[in-house]
Design a protein around this ligand. Structure first.
Ligand code: SAH
Length: 500
């Protein structure tokens, strides 16, 4: 075969929303899940990277890190990533909306010039979200019929004063540093110095802070409160509505102001993260493992090509199913190849993964886990059970099945490796207030991330149960808290207790 088929090259320009990961659109989430490479910004919440844990992530933000990447370099990089490896899906994740002061237009132009197909996934702009999260409607019956979004970067906000004269609400982005001058210019241009004004920093995140005043006083109020970028300033009568409509109060929740890292050694988004977020914490999802192709491709394919002797396929992770389907496809086969083989799933989640591919598990144990799978599997002595798994498969399944006289075979379907943390995650991990561990292997993986500039052992650790705590102690962690029961709520309670 010489025809490589249509190129996969495709760019999704995605608006990530203002900060709260819940404000990403469903289409944005889907595009992230499909991505091979993700380029993300300073203002795009890195938590969103949990939707693309298998993708290569490249930080191209212009703030906080010494290397400055110019817009031209970003444009080139987007196109280059799309064309690399015979064509890749690139997700370009940008704060707020793609086209609202986001230079997304230039990135789209670069795609057009290079002949790379692209899509635009609009996002919730901070121009709308920051006022909304401060309880300020940008328009309101009888108060404001229109609004304008300005930038503090250009000296006239991108609009001459004559144009602004008829505008009721002004929303100012990128202006917090120049607020004094901008306010003075607006007053000079005829706006009443007594017009109500409010500035909102880090809108929609647990770090949100706001101050209010008038056009004449807002700059000083912002300075005194120590607010900085990123912030949006709203000027207009609508700001008064904040007194009645204020609804977002992140400071009143038990974990507000805390950042908690949730480590994961499994695929999928973490439910614990959601529990912690509802309690007000800022959550940093830290994948400690990644999946890689098997090291013995030929042996695997030889095993998969002929499965006539196999009675049961043992599938003990979602990744096993993803990888199995990929390998069948690479062999020019599909699910029908497994028609004569029975499928055992380790638990409901794995069974659901099979279901998504139109395959029904023939067996799922009463309680998820290798022990119950081995004890309950309806297999006869002498039958072959083929375990398709990673190089890290624990021996228990083999031991228990062999004790039942089953011919246990194992094939390395994929590899589980320690994830290389991208520099942004790594530097954010250094500053978290606590980190949760759900297993002993999580403790060991986290300890292994030690480097000259970062010692994970100094982190405050909250363990899921006594075994995990013991493993953490052995790995060298010193500040330990243990959940009372093995539930997410108990773990979240333990996180709260750790700050008492
Ligand atoms: N495309 C983005 C804007 C990029 S310009 C959007 O649509 O929101 C960067 C400016 O956006 C910042 O200087 C700040 O004014 C504003 N901004 C972005 N996120 C914000 C947030 N969570 N809270 C307050 N302002 C924010």
């Amino acid at each position: 075969m010489t025809d490589a088929g249509p190129s996969r090259a495709f760019v999704s320009l995605i608006g990530a929303g203002p900060g709260d990961p819940g404000l990403l659109t469903l289409r944005g989430q889907q595009a992230l899940q499909e991505a091979d490479v993700v380029l993300f910004d300073y203002l795009a919440n890195p938590e969103l990277l949990r939707y693309c844990s298998q993708a290569r992530t490249i930080y191209v933000g212009k703030k906080g890190f010494s290397e400055y990447i110019s817009q031209e370099q970003i444009n080139t990089l987007i196109v280059q990533m799309a064309q690399e490896n015979g064509g890749q899906r690139v997700a370009r994740l940008k704060g707020g909306d793609v086209f609202v002061f986001g230079r997304g237009g230039e990135e789209a132009e670069a795609c057009v010039q290079a002949g790379v197909p692209f899509e635009v996934v609009p996002g919730v702009s901070s121009a709308i979200a920051a006022p909304a999260y401060a309880g300020i409607p940008v328009t309101h019956r009888n108060v404001a019929r229109n609004f304008a979004v300005l930038t503090g970067h250009t000296h006239d906000g991108g609009m001459p004063h004559e144009t602004l004269a008829g505008v009721d609400t002004l929303v100012l982005l990128m202006g917090v540093r120049n607020l004094e001058r901008i306010a003075a210019q607006l007053i000079e241009g005829g706006r009443d110095p007594a017009t109500p004004a409010a500035t909102v920093q880090w809108a929609s995140t647990p770090r949100q802070r706001e101050v209010s005043g008038t056009l004449a006083t807002i700059a000083q109020a912002v300075r005194e409160a120590g607010l900085g970028a990123p912030a949006v300033t709203v000027v207009g009568e609508v700001v008064r509505l904040r007194e009645t409509l204020q609804w977002f109060n992140p400071a009143s929740r038990p974990l507000s102001g805390r950042t908690v890292a949730v480590t994961r050694t499994r695929e999928g988004a973490s439910a614990l993260g959601d529990v912690l977020r509802t309690r007000g914490a800022e959550v940093l999802e830290v994948p400690l493992i990644r999946f890689a192709p098997t090291s013995d491709h030929d042996a695997l394919h030889a095993r998969l090509r002929d499965v006539n002797d196999v009675s049961w396929l043992l599938l003990t992770s979602n990744q096993a199913i993803t990888a199995l389907m990929e390998h069948l496809q690479a062999l020019g086969l599909d699910a029908r190849h497994l028609a004569g083989v029975r499928l055992a799933a380790v638990g409901p989640s794995t069974a659901a993964s099979l279901q998504q591919r139109g395959l029904r598990a023939d067996f799922v144990p009463s309680t998820p886990g290798a022990r119950h799978l081995a004890d309950e599997l309806p297999v006869r002595p002498g039958e072959v059970a083929l375990h398709l798994t990673s190089q890290l498969a624990e021996d228990s399944l083999q031991r228990l099945l062999e004790a039942r006289g089953v011919v246990y075979q194992r094939a390395e379907l994929y590899r589980t490796e320690v994830a290389a943390l991208d520099p942004v995650l790594r530097s954010r991990l250094r500053t978290v207030d606590a980190v949760t561990l759900a297993s002993g292997s999580a403790a060991r993986h986290l300890a292994a991330l030690a480097g000259p500039e970062f010692d994970p052992l100094t982190l405050r650790v909250v363990a899921m149960g006594p075994q995990t705590a013991e493993a953490a102690r052995q790995a060298g962690f010193r500040h330990l808290q243990v959940a009372e029961t093995a539930s997410l709520e108990a773990l979240a309670d333990a996180v709260e207790h750790s700050f008492e």
